[in-house]
Design a protein around this ligand. Sequence first.
Ligand code: SF4
Length: 220
Amino acid sequence: MVDNELKIELGKQGILVTTIEELYNWGRRSSVWPMQFGLACCAIEMIATTMARYDLARFGAEVFRPSPRQADLMIVSGTVTKKMAPQVVRLYNQMAEPKYVIAMGACAISGGPFKQGYNVLKGIDRYIPVDVHIPGCPPRPEALIQAFMTLQKKIDGQPLTGEGRPRFLDADAQCEFPVPEQGAHDLEPPSNQGVWPVEIQGVGSRERRDIDGRQVSTDH
Ligand code: SF4
């Protein structure tokens, strides 16, 4: 077993020591290609992140792919309207594993300034799993770069076997989620149970319960 100190010492002498796990994760985190789409004003900041001043290419992520089949990362940049939410979930389902999601901006994480709007989703994490949330309206390009580095750190720390292994190496893990449809009054289902606690509509209040049925909060 080579400990970290020895590794650094050997590195100084030009000897590179690594593990398959490190090599594999290094490859994944250095080639995270985002999908090319944007939803609202946050998308302008996302575009700025790829330009010369901020240069997302430094992280190997400048190749924005026009097809979900070729993309690893979905950056949900902007307001997710209830009309658009099914398309976002469908695109997520069409991405191949390993895939990641960054929810960029107050709108994408919670509805933001439009939270009370009848037509705006109160966070895309109701329907798909989000790896990194970025607050702010709009978050600056530095915030997106910070989120990207956080995602890279997450990928770096993933063991390839045993508990805590990534979803795509777990045959039982869910990688596609139901696409919501427009019902009589709202989207149906109101959330996907695999990623968001069950919501029960009460009179004048809404209880939020976790997957095991335990109450976790009440909204009025
Ligand atoms: S968070 Fe602000 S900047 Fe981003 S999409 Fe919403 S309103 Fe626009």
